[in-house]
Design a protein around this ligand. Structure first.
Ligand code: URA
Length: 199
C-alpha cells in the first residue's frame, strides 16, 4: 500500500497515473487479467462514474463498462442527456472502476485488493477533478465512503474526497432486478439537479 501511495502521489497527470498503475506489480489481479482497464470518457467531464471492476468484455477491450451492464449504464445517462463521448463538459462522462484489473471469474474484489489499489483511485479523482462523483454499487461505496449497504445509501448525497458523491444501484444489479430501475431513475434526476444547481 505504501508503494501504491507513493506511485499515485507522484503521478502529475492521467497519463502518468496510467503508467504508474501499469508499473505496479504488487497486485495478483494483474497477472490474471488480459488488459489494464484504466478509464473511458472525457477528462473534462463534470461527472465521474466509479464502478467496481472490469468484467469479461471490459478485460478484453481494455475499457470500462462496455458489456451488458455498460450498455445499460450508457442508456441510463443518455436519459439525462449525458454520454461518455460528448466533447461538451456539461454532457460528458468520465468512467473508471475501483479495480483496474478483472478479478478471476468475476469474483468480488477482496478488501485487501481494494485497500492496495485505493490510492490510485483517489489520485484518479483528484486529477480528473469532477464536480461530482457517482458511485456504482456496494464496492465503490465501500471503497470511497467506507460505508456498506447500497440499498440504504443510494439516492442520498454523500461526500467523497470533498465532493458530492451519489451512491447508485449498479447496472448489473438492475439487469437482474429491473423493478429497481425506478430507484436508479430517481438518483439520476438527483445528479441532473445537482449539476444544474452547481453550474
Ligand atoms: N461492472 C463494473 O463495475 N465495471 C465495469 O467496467 C463493468 C462492469
Amino acid at each position: 500500500v505504501a508503494e501504491a501511495k507513493a506511485l499515485a502521489k507522484s503521478a502529475g497527470d492521467l497519463d502518468a497515473l496510467r503508467t504508474a498503475i501499469e508499473a505496479f506489480e504488487h497486485c495478483e489481479l494483474k497477472r490474471g487479467a488480459r488488459n489494464l482497464v484504466f478509464a473511458d470518457g472525457q477528462p473534462n467531464a463534470r461527472v465521474m462514474v466509479i464502478g467496481e471492476a472490469p468484467g469479461r468484455d471490459e478485460d478484453m477491450q481494455g475499457k470500462p463498462f462496455v458489456g451488458r451492464a455498460g450498455q445499460l449504464l450508457d442508456k441510463m445517462f443518455a436519459a439525462i442527456g449525458m454520454d461518455r463521448t460528448s466533447p461538451d463538459a456539461e454532457a460528458a462522462l468520465y468512467i473508471t472502476n475501483v479495480l483496474p484489473w478483472r478479478p478471476p471469474q468475476n469474483r468480488d474484489p477482496k478488501p485487501e485488493e481494494v485497500a492496495m489499489l485505493l490510492p490510485f483511485v483517489q489520485r484518479h479523482i483528484e486529477l480528473v477533478d469532477p464536480d461530482l462523483v457517482v458511485l456504482m454499487g456496494n464496492h465503490a461505496c465501500q471503497a470511497l465512503l467506507k460505508k456498506k449497504g447500497i440499498t440504504r445509501l443510494r439516492g442520498k448525497w454523500a461526500e467523497a474526497l470533498g465532493r458530492p458523491a451519489m451512491p447508485m444501484l449498479h447496472p448489473a444489479y438492475l439487469l437482474r432486478n429491473p423493478v429497481a430501475k425506478r430507484d436508479a431513475w430517481h438518483d439520476l434526476l438527483m445528479v441532473q439537479a445537482k449539476l444544474r444547481e452547481t453550474k
